[in-house]
Write a protein that binds this ligand. Sequence first.
Ligand SMILES: NC(=O)C1=CN([C@@H]2O[C@H](COP(=O)(O)OP(=O)(O)OC[C@H]3O[C@@H](n4cnc5c(N)ncnc54)[C@H](OP(=O)(O)O)[C@@H]3O)[C@@H](O)[C@H]2O)[C@@H](O)CC1
Ligand SMILES: [K+]
Length: 466
Amino acid sequence: MFQTVPEGAPVLTAEAMRAAEERAIAEGSSVAELMEHAGTGVADWVHRLAAGSEVLILCGPGNNGGDGYVAARALAHRGVPVRVAALGEPKTEAAAQARAAWGEPVESLSGETEAAPVLVDALFGTGLTRAIDATLAETMRRLVAAARLSFAVDLPSGVDADAGNTFGCDLPGYDLTLALGALKPAHLLLPAGASSRTVRLVEIGLGEIDGPVRTLERPGIAAPRRDAHKYSRGMVVVISGPMHGASELAARAAYRAGAGYVLLLTGGLPNPPHAIVRQRWSEGALDDERIGAVVTGPGLGRDDRAREKLDAALASDRALVIDGDALHLLDLDMLKDRAAPVVLTPHAGEFDALFGAGQGSKIDRALDGARRANAVVVFKGADTVMAAPDGRVTVAPMGNSWLSVAGTGDVLAGAIAAMLAQSSVDALGAASAGVWLHGTAARMLDRCFLADELADALALAYERAR
Ligand SMILES: NC(=O)C1=CN([C@@H]2O[C@H](COP(=O)(O)OP(=O)(O)OC[C@H]3O[C@@H](n4cnc5c(N)ncnc54)[C@H](OP(=O)(O)O)[C@@H]3O)[C@@H](O)[C@H]2O)[C@@H](O)CC1
Ligand SMILES: [K+]
């Protein structure tokens, strides 16, 4: 299971959406006009996919409900059988107008509401401020489960648009979420994002939308140039520790993600693949000017020897990927004055250990971490968020659930290092490309796999990255 969302699309908070709405109104539009676009855009999708089946639209009291009334009218106009069930009277002028224009009967939404084969949830969108009533949540779950096809208008009702939480409520999963004007954090962040397996954008007349937070996109990396040699393709050094396997995985992944030369600093025995060059750790090991990126952390351990290696990596002027154990040894002050790029790749536990538990959404926290560390932070999880100190953020769609297995983090560290070493993109671009390759490799396998196989599948993902 994984998520499909528009690639490279801006992600806006509820406040930024309201600002975009105000800009559009200042330029001559109106809420009613935007709502007309939104509702007809929803109706287009429903009409296309419902194939003539009866549609039940649930309308809430705000403008999300207003979109629902517009969609009902547009569908009925095209001859689709539509019923509307509402949660009380509209509370906004635009929604009241939309209901009046619908002009047909409106049922009162209750536990008795009869299900239909197609369900459209227009109860709440970006205006939800608190948990929805438990009885209402139960009714929603029942009606979504009974439908052959279910749509969420703008957002699944019951989610906090910015934080991506559900106020503790268990929400149903929709077939299609139609994001109005732009994506919101809750389309992507867990737990809310789990309700939106597929998200599509509906244009509502807000004009050009932009912002520093975007969804992950295909990195556009190419095959090696004709005049390429192993160093121009990127030399990656992986610093090993007592758990050799983790660093072996990172080294293998670096090759499969296109690095030209991978050196593993290890005391372990020579193992296949023999393409990985092995040397023992030594003081000047990172002096080679040709080194494009260094991975430290996978299998490093947390003892004095590990600290010594991390300190040497930090003292070098090489680009660094810091993962696993090294994140527990890292002092953020050590990164302050570093000129060469650093990518930190914490999962939730490592993130808390580094930055503290903190408030705000995963996007806010990743950004705060990046600024404090002066480094790109890849806050891993099923909903991986990458942030740079300059405020740019990339959010990956929910990853393939088979990734939840030991060693996949080591593979990611190797893939990011390969990107950092070989490409002309900056650290956020390298991190994003690494996450894209990693996620795409998992999608291509889409079964129970070993991290070794995932590392190898990066090469197949690379083929699709152009
Ligand atoms: N931005 C744009 O450009 C455009 C946005 N559009 C659409 O507008 C949507 C945002 O509309 P919105 O602001 O009216 O909020 P919405 O989500 O309908 O809900 C607010 C209502 O719900 C109520 N309420 C809240 N929590 C509740 C709870 N737990 N349980 C019960 N009630 C609760 C709240 O009442 P109150 O909190 O005052 O009690 C209020 O009445 C957006 O998602 C998109 O679909 C398009 O139409 C056009 C252009
Ligand atoms: K909704």
